[in-house]
Design a protein. Structure first.
Length: 202
C-alpha cells in the first residue's frame, strides 16, 4: 500500500515538474518572440527614418581653387532630394578623381540630417610637355592635367620637348605613355634630382 502511494506521489511530482517546465518554456518563447518583434520594429523604424528624413538638401565643397563648386557638384552626380545613403562614398571619391584630373584627393562626409561635405585636395603641375606645338601640363608622375595654349600657365615649369613618335599615348586625365617605357622612368628620375638640387641649394 505504501509502495503504491509512493509511486503515485512520484508520478504527481514528475507531472508537476513537467508542467512547470512547460510553463517556463512558454514564457521563454514569449520573451524571445517579443524581443524579436521589438528588434524588427526598431529596424523598420530606422529604415523609414533613413528613407523619409535623410535626404540631401545641401552639398558643400571645401578646398576648391581650380574648379568651381558647381563643377565639383555636377561631377559628384547625386541629385538633391536623394537619400543621404544612396551612394557609396569611396566609389564617388574615386569617380571624382578620375573625372577631374586636377583633383589629387577627395573625402566625402555625411553631415546628418541632410548635408554632404566634399573635401578636395588639388594637384599642381610640375612640368609640361610640348608635342608638335601642343602643350600639356604634367604632374611629377607624368599625369596629364590639361592641354593649354596660355603662356602664363607654363611659367616656371620644366619643359619637355618630345617628338610625336616617342609618345605612345597622350590623353588628359591619364598618364603620359611613351613608345619606350624607360623614357618615363628616366624623366621622373631627372625631375626628382632637379627638385632635390633646388631644395639643397636654398
Amino acid at each position: 500500500m505504501q509502495g503504491e502511494q509512493g509511486n503515485r506521489f512520484k508520478r504527481r511530482t514528475v507531472a508537476m515538474d513537467e508542467l512547470k517546465q512547460r510553463q517556463q518554456n512558454k514564457k521563454l518563447r514569449r520573451r524571445v518572440f517579443y524581443a524579436s518583434l521589438f528588434f524588427v520594429l526598431i529596424a523598420v523604424f530606422t529604415a523609414v527614418c533613413f528613407i523619409v528624413f535623410f535626404k540631401i538638401k545641401t552639398v558643400e565643397v571645401e578646398g576648391v581653387s581650380r574648379y568651381t563648386e558647381e563643377q565639383i557638384i555636377e561631377a559628384f552626380g547625386v541629385e538633391y532630394g536623394s537619400n543621404l545613403y544612396s551612394f557609396t562614398a569611396s566609389d564617388k571619391e574615386t569617380e571624382l578623381v578620375l573625372e577631374l584630373p586636377y583633383l589629387n584627393k577627395v573625402i566625402i562626409e555625411r553631415d546628418l540630417p541632410s548635408t554632404i561635405v566634399i573635401h578636395v585636395e588639388e594637384k599642381k603641375p610640375d612640368m609640361y610637355v610640348e608635342i608638335s606645338g601642343d602643350k600639356y601640363l604634367l604632374t611629377d608622375n607624368m599625369q596629364i592635367l590639361e592641354y593649354t595654349d596660355e603662356p602664363a600657365k607654363l611659367y616656371g615649369l620644366l619643359k619637355l620637348d618630345m617628338e610625336p613618335e616617342t609618345v605612345g599615348r597622350c590623353i588628359v586625365g591619364e598618364k603620359l605613355l611613351f613608345a619606350d617605357e624607360r623614357t618615363g622612368d628616366i624623366i621622373a628620375q631627372a625631375f626628382s634630382d632637379i627638385r632635390a638640387a633646388k631644395l639643397t641649394s636654398r
